[in-house]
Design a protein around this ligand. Structure first.
Ligand code: ATP
Ligand code: MG
Length: 357
C-alpha cells in the first residue's frame, strides 16, 4: 500500500523511487513505473540491486548523498533494468526524513531520461566547433574557383591551336580535371542558398527518397517503413529535405552494399515532445530515424563524419553528411547518429513551429 504521504509524488513527470536505509524499494511513482516498465507493487521490498543489473555508479551517488547528508546528482548514468535494454539517465539522490516511523533513513531517487537531450547537446557542440572549419573551406573553395575558370579556358584555347592530334589527350585531361574540381567546389559552396519553405508532409519526402534509392540499388537492400501517421505537416524546403534524407539513406545503402551482405534500412517517423534545439524549446518536433544493419560508421570517423571532405569510402567526396547537416540546420533542426556494427541510426529532428502545430 502506498503511504498517504507518498501519493503527492504520483502526478510528477519525473520518475521517483523511494528506498529505505537498507536500500530496499519502498515506493515508485507512476513515472518511474513507466520508465522501468514495472509496478510499484512488484518491486516494493526488493533490494535496489535486484532491480538494476549494473548499479555501481548509482551506489556511488547514494554514498555521496549519505556522506554529505544532502542532494547528490549523477548526470551520466547507464542502468540495465531487469535484463531489459539499457537506459541513459540522470539521477538525483536526496536523503529525506522517513515517511513512516519504522525506518531510520530514507533516500529519494529522481531519475530523468537524458539520452536524447545529451545527444542533442553533444551534436550542437560539435556543430559549433565545425563552423570555423567550414568557413575556412568555403573561402578556400572561392579562391580555387576563380583561377580554375582561367585554367580551363586556356586549356581550351590551347586545344584548338594544337597541331599534333596526340597532344589533345593532355589538354582534355586538364579540361576534365578542371571540370571535376569545379563541380566539387560548387558542391562545397551551394548550401548557402536560403530555404524556400512551404507546407509539406515528411512522408512524401521519405517516399521520394525511398523510390530514388530503390532505383539506385535494385538488389539486396530492403527498405522498411515505420511511419507515425499522426505526423503534422511542417514548413520546410522540400528539395533540401529530400537532399538531406537522400544523402543519409544513400550512405546506409552504400555501407550495406559495400559490405557485400544483404541488408535492410528502416525509415521511422515519430513526434517527440519538449525538445530543445539550438537553445530554443519546442513543444513538438518530428524525428526521422534512418536505421541500417550495415557495418557501422568507422569508429575513427565518429567525431568527424559531419565535417566536409571526411569520407571512409573509396571514391567518396565526404560532402553528403555536411550538406545534410547544413540543410537540417537551416530548418532549425538537428542531425545526430548512434552507430555500432550491425546497428546504425541517423536521427533528424525538425522542430514544429507553434503556429504550424
Ligand atoms: N550508415 C552508415 N554506415 C556506415 N558508414 C557510414 C554511414 N553513413 C556515413 N558513413 C561514413 O561516413 C562517411 C562520410 O559520409 P558522407 O556522406 O559525408 O561522405 P561520403 O558518403 O564519403 O561521400 P559523398 O556523400 O559526398 O559522396 C562515409 O564515407 C562513411 O564512411
Ligand atoms: Mg555520402
Amino acid at each position: 500500500m502506498t503511504p498517504a504521504a507518498l501519493t503527492g509524488l504520483d502526478p510528477l513527470a519525473t520518475a521517483v523511487v523511494l528506498v529505505d536505509a537498507g536500500l530496499s524499494v519502498r515506493y515508485m511513482n507512476p513515472a518511474a513505473e513507466n520508465l522501468f516498465e514495472t509496478s510499484s507493487r512488484n518491486v516494493a521490498g526488493q533490494p535496489l540491486s535486484g532491480l538494476f543489473a549494473d548499479f555501481g555508479l548509482l551506489m556511488a551517488a547514494i554514498g555521496n548523498a549519505r556522506a554529505t547528508s544532502s542532494s547528490y546528482s549523477e548526470h551520466d548514468l547507464e542502468l540495465t533494468v531487469n535484463g531489459r535494454g539499457r537506459l541513459h539517465l540522470s539521477c538525483t539522490v536526496t536523503p529525506v526524513e522517513p515517511v513512516s516511523g519504522d525506518a531510520d533513513e530514507e533516500l529519494l531517487l529522481e531519475f530523468r531520461h537524458i539520452s536524447r537531450q545529451l545527444r542533442i547537446e553533444r551534436e550542437e557542440r560539435m556543430h559549433e566547433q565545425s563552423q570555423a572549419t567550414r568557413e575556412l573551406i568555403r573561402n578556400l573553395a572561392h579562391e580555387i574557383k576563380n583561377p580554375l575558370g582561367g585554367i580551363r579556358g586556356a586549356a581550351q584555347l590551347l586545344d584548338r591551336e594544337l597541331e599534333r592530334p596526340n597532344l589533345h589527350e593532355y589538354t582534355q585531361v586538364i579540361i576534365k580535371e578542371a571540370d571535376r574540381l569545379q563541380s566539387l567546389m560548387d558542391r562545397l559552396l551551394t548550401p548557402h542558398r536560403l530555404p524556400q519553405p512551404g507546407w509539406l508532409n515528411l512522408h512524401e519526402v521519405l517516399e521520394r527518397v525511398r523510390s530514388l534509392i530503390e532505383a539506385e540499388f535494385p538488389l539486396g537492400i530492403a527498405i522498411d517503413r515505420d511511419y507515425d501517421v499522426s505526423l503534422p505537416p511542417i514548413k520546410g524546403d522540400k528539395e533540401q529535405l529530400i537532399q538531406a534524407v537522400l544523402n543519409v539513406v544513400r550512405n546506409a545503402a552504400q555501407a550495406i552494399a559495400g559490405s557485400g551482405g544483404k541488408g535492410a534500412i528502416l525509415l521511422r517517423t515519430r513526434v517527440v515532445r519538449q525538445v530543445t534545439l539550438a537553445r530554443r524549446r519546442y513543444r513538438h518536433a518530428l524525428a526521422i530515424d534512418i536505421a541500417d544493419n550495415g557495418p557501422g560508421v568507422p569508429t575513427e570517423l565518429h567525431e568527424r563524419v559531419f565535417h566536409p571532405l571526411v569520407s571512409g569510402r573509396a571514391g567518396g567526396s565526404g560532402l553528403g553528411l555536411t550538406l545534410a547537416q547544413t540543410f537540417v540546420n537551416q530548418h532549425r533542426g538537428l542531425i545526430s547518429f548512434d552507430s555500432v556494427p550491425g546497428d546504425t541510426t541517423f536521427t533528424i529532428l525538425l522542430p514544429v513551429e507553434d503556429s504550424g502545430a
